[in-house]
Ligand binder design. Structure first.
Ligand SMILES: *Cc1c(COP(=O)(O)O)cnc(C)c1O
Length: 417
């Protein structure tokens, strides 16, 4: 458990401490979440939040940037080292904002983009009609095939028809590997930029457990808080100096004001951890655990989209497997202190607020020390719970098992020696 907070403002302190307790007592399976170390929290909770510094190191609109310049340069250097990139912008406030900044760098308003549809596993910011990306740009989509897998011939056909200026790959709910090389070949054939949004898989990429987007992508974006296990936020990477200049202009003054230096320090602290050998070992366990977790469900006849996982997450068709919507499953598992999210299936007929499936991820619980043994046990508990949604006695027993697991595997405050 993280340190309890003490504030004069007791109301706020209470809510923060309750959330701390909730995190400790719940099994976290949301694929986009993780537990940062106390080193990262300590870097985040500093005087850096006081400082204004619009601009970039050595070229700011404000005085007194001596030390924040060093912090930002350190974060940039570590980001480049981690991803083998020449240039990094570490200022983006979040992944969605970073995506808007990439769009602005490479496209004019109204130009065409091609991304994976939301129900196939894409992200809102990849062209969905109610996001900036679908409002200010002409967005087109490709989908997965009926087996839930990307069909590169089909994507090529759509790209040839649409002729987008930018193709987006990298997803929020896709459990197979991404062939960045094939995407680049398609992009080159139609004269498009290739933008890889590796928000979910960046930790695996760093550990060489997933193909690398470089040298294929023109631009790479990743959030820093998912498998990367750092502060909330994002970074944008490229090897092309001209594109880098454009990205810098669209981050500031294009979309953002002053950089959040406390957040940048949090990123730097997380990158330091990600550069240690322990991080690779952690990512190996994330992948091992995800596969064991998924296989355990599949052995029971549960329907997993695309039939396997090659990363930290997978999607279950709960309607077919249990006769339950994703929303119903989310509520049932919440009663057991198991946190998951409902997730649209490819070509889902339910609305995004209901859905026919759920998404499960292994990154967070692996941080707490779960091995394949605990993940297999957990698959059994979840399977029993969803098969018997009305059994109060069973739910009592499972809730006790969950309490034992969260007790035996507390949130760690340190990941490196
Ligand atoms: C999580 C995610 C984002 C958005 O990140 P936020 O920080 O929540 O804005 C963008 N793209 C992909 C693929 C994601 O999974």
């Amino acid at each position: 458990m993280y340190k309890k907070i003490n504030l004069k403002d007791q109301e706020l302190a209470q809510y923060i401490n309750e959330e701390n307790k909730r995190q400790e007592e719940h099994i976290e399976l949301i694929a986009s979440e993780n537990y940062v170390s106390e080193e990262v929290i300590n870097a985040l909770g500093t005087c850096l939040t006081n400082k204004y510094g619009e601009g970039y190191p050595g070229n700011r609109y404000y005085g007194g940037c001596l030390w924040v310049d060093e912090i930002e340069k350190l974060a940039q250097k570590r980001a480049c080292e981690l991803f083998g990139a020449k240039f990094a912008n570490v200022q983006p406030y979040s992944g969605s904002v970073a995506n808007a900044e990439v769009f602005m760098s490479l496209l004019k308003p109204g130009e065409k983009v091609l991304g994976l549809s939301l129900d196939s596993g894409g992200h809102l910011s990849h062209g969905y009609k109610i996001s900036f990306s679908g409002i200010f740009y002409e967005s087109h989509t490709y989908t997965v095939n009926k087996d839930g897998i990307l069909d590169y011939d089909e994507i090529r056909k759509i790209a040839l028809q649409v002729k987008p200026k930018m193709i987006i790959c990298g997803f929020s709910a896709y459990s197979q590997l991404i062939d960045f090389k094939k995407f680049r070949e398609i992009a080159d054939e139609v004269g498009a930029y290739l933008f890889a949004d590796i928000s979910h898989i960046s930790g695996l990429v760093i550990a060489n457990l997933h193909p690398h987007p470089f040298p294929h992508a023109h631009v790479v974006m990743t959030t820093t808080h998912k498998t990367l296990r750092g502060t909330r936020g994002a970074i944008i990477l490229t090897n092309d100096e001209e594109i880098y200049k454009k990205i810098n202009r669209s981050v500031f003054p294009g979309y953002q004001g002053g950089p959040l230096f406390h957040q940048i320090a949090g990123k730097a602290a997380a990158f330091y951890e990600a550069l240690q050998p322990e991080f690779k070992e952690y990512q190996k366990r994330v992948l091992e655990n995800s596969k064991a977790f998924c296989n355990e469900f599949m052995e029971k006849g549960v329907k997993v989209i695309s039939g396997l996982t090659q990363n930290h997450l997978f999607i279950i068709n709960t309607k077919e497997s249990y006769g339950l919507t994703g929303k119903e499953c989310e509520l049932l598992l919440a009663k057991l202190n198991i946190t998951i999210n409902k997730n649209a299936l490819p070509f889902d007929t339910e609305s995004p607020t209901v859905t026919s499936g759920i998404r499960l991820g292994s990154a967070a619980m692996t941080s707490r020390g779960f091995t394949t043994v605990e993940f297999k046990l957990l698959a059994n508990l979840i399977h029993q719970a969803l098969k018997n949604p009305n059994s109060e006695d069973l739910y009592k027993i499972i809730k006790k098992e969950v309490a034992k697991l969260t007790h035996d595997f507390p949130i760690k405050r340190q990941y490196i020696k």
